[in-house]
Design a protein around this ligand. Structure first.
Ligand code: AHR
Length: 484
């Protein structure tokens, strides 16, 4: 069996683990909201129509921050449609997904859900069909306590305390030809700068995310980020990254090495942001918000124009394999490794739509394979991410060339002593992983949770150790406890 080696040392930290890395995304798309998080009349729904079975799974998943209400949906959304008396809310045609939006669930329902789920809301404003005035108005409605037209309107709607939303996205994927109101980088950068400035005048304490490219394969990638940041550097705090990995697009080895692609994508956006920083002679650094990421069988996607108009259609309800879960676990490893510049991560999406949680209307809610690496990583990654050196055999991929078969990262919490190691074998042969723990002489093995293609779709658990066999296509979380 081939061997990989991982050396761990608390003397080489990368950065603290930011809880916002374990975010998710609820969009008005398909059945994410309706019959997903919200289903009045469902046996498990509470008095507000929130599905308590889904809420329980969301809490178990360990999600910290949830982006809302889109996605492509936000670029033609009027947030006012979704507030106030439900019986007076309009039924609209949503142009992004060509679905009927009933508006039975809107901003205040989402905030109620976020409180019940124990997550921080991350709101997106519509910069597709709307602009500066609307963006500032939404911050006023959400964040001002009282005494202005919009804060008082919120109070009339039964919400006396401000929602106090810290994190805001300035539109969504504004470079995409599919986006309602798509713009050039210069146009968007200027709009983001003006909208951001107005929003921060309403509430100077908010944090703003500018749209980066829709993915690293966009023809304008990197140039887009540079132009947008040149225009909006002073107003924004983060630039977004979106990336989806399709198991059927490239050769299987490239799919299995998706996290290697994410490493490069993050490094390229950091380099671009820092290039603009140097060019503009700024002190402030722009950090990154990976606010859409996941495995998505995108080659099976039917364009909205090729479907009829429906209310709550079942859209992109992908079923995931254990290999997909390994890739998701590996993407989380990549995210942790970049904790010094990557501040926010939102897996897209949370329920039904390419999601870790699935539901049947009127029926049960269940976990998909990709639920498990997320929930364990969110729970176990604590303290500081350590710089880890992995030596491993390589595999050949069509997209990335030769890539190490084993990838890993570790976190160490100096307060509790907890040490956690996350590892994957993305190759098709078993590998033995030897951990060099000489810098942790008082640590003893704790748990070893893992899943592997062909072995199980539910995680298995056993006692851990410093030598672990990694079956092909497997994901692992190992804990070590300090003897104090
Ligand atoms: O998550 C599904 C869609 O993917 C989002 O609406 C959009 O932002 C992205 O293209």
């Amino acid at each position: 069996m081939s061997v990989a080696q991982l050396t761990l040392d608390p003397a080489y930290p990368i950065a603290p683990v930011d809880p916002r890395l374990f975010g998710s995304f609820v969009e008005h798309m398909g059945r994410c909201v309706y019959t997903g998080v919200f289903e009045p009349g469902h046996p498990k729904a509470d008095a507000d129509g929130l599905r308590t079975d889904v809420l329980e799974l969301v809490r178990e998943l360990g999600v910290t921050t949830v982006r809302y209400p889109g996605g492509n949906f936000v670029s033609n959304y009027r947030w006012e449609d979704g507030v106030g008396p439900v019986d007076r809310r309009p039924r609209r045609l949503d142009l992004a997904w060509r679905s009927i939006e009933t508006n039975a669930f809107g901003l205040n329902e989402f905030m109620r859900w976020a409180t019940a789920a124990g997550v921080e809301p991350m709101m997106a404003v519509n910069l597709g069909t709307r602009g500066v005035d609307d963006a500032a108005a939404l911050v006023e409605y959400c964040n001002l306590p009282e005494g202005t037209a919009l804060s008082d309107r919120r109070r009339e709607h039964g919400v006396s305390k401000p929602h106090d939303v810290r994190l805001w996205c300035l539109g969504n994927e504004m470079d995409g030809p599919w986006q309602v109101g798509r713009m050039t980088a210069r146009e968007y950068g200027r709009l983001a700068s003006r909208a951001g400035a107005a929003m921060k005048k309403v509430d100077p304490s908010i944090e703003l995310v500018a749209c980066g490219s829709s993915n690293a394969d966009m023809p304008t990638f990197a140039g887009w980020e540079a132009t947008v940041l040149e225009e909006a550097y002073d107003q924004v705090d983060y630039v977004s990254l979106h990336t989806y990995y399709d198991p059927e697009k490239d050769d299987p080895a490239s799919f299995r090495a998706s996290a290697y692609g994410l490493d490069g994508f993050i490094d390229d956006v950091v380099a671009t942001a820092d290039h603009v920083r140097a060019k503009l002679r700024k002190r402030k650094r722009i950090n990154l918000s990976l606010d859409e990421w996941n495995v998505w069988y995108q080659s099976r996607f039917t364009e909205p124009e090729d479907r009829g108009i429906e209310e709550t259609p079942a859209l992109i309800e992908d079923d995931y394999t254990a290999t997909d879960a390994m890739v998701v676990g590996n993407l989380l490893i990549s995210m942790l490794r970049h904790a010094d510049r990557l501040s926010i991560g939102c897996q897209a999406q949370l329920v039904n739509v390419i999601a870790p949680i699935r539901t049947r209307a009127g029926g049960p809610a269940w976990r998909q394979t990709i639920f498990h690496p997320f929930s364990h990583t969110a729970r176990l990654a604590r303290g500081t991410v350590l710089r880890t050196a992995v030596t491993a055999p390589t595999m050949t991929t069509g997209r990335y060339g030769d890539v190490p078969v084993v990838d890993a990262v570790a976190t160490h919490d100096p307060e509790t002593g907890a040490l956690a190691v996350f590892a994957v074998n993305r190759g098709t042969e078993p590998v033995r992983l030897d951990l060099d723990l000489r810098a942790f002489p008082k640590h003893r093995p704790g748990r070893h949770v893992w899943l592997a293609e062909g072995a199980t779709t539910e995680p298995l658990e056993q006692t851990g150790g410093a030598t672990v066999n990694l079956p092909p296509l497997s994901w692992h979380a190992l804990t070590f406890e300090e003897q104090r």
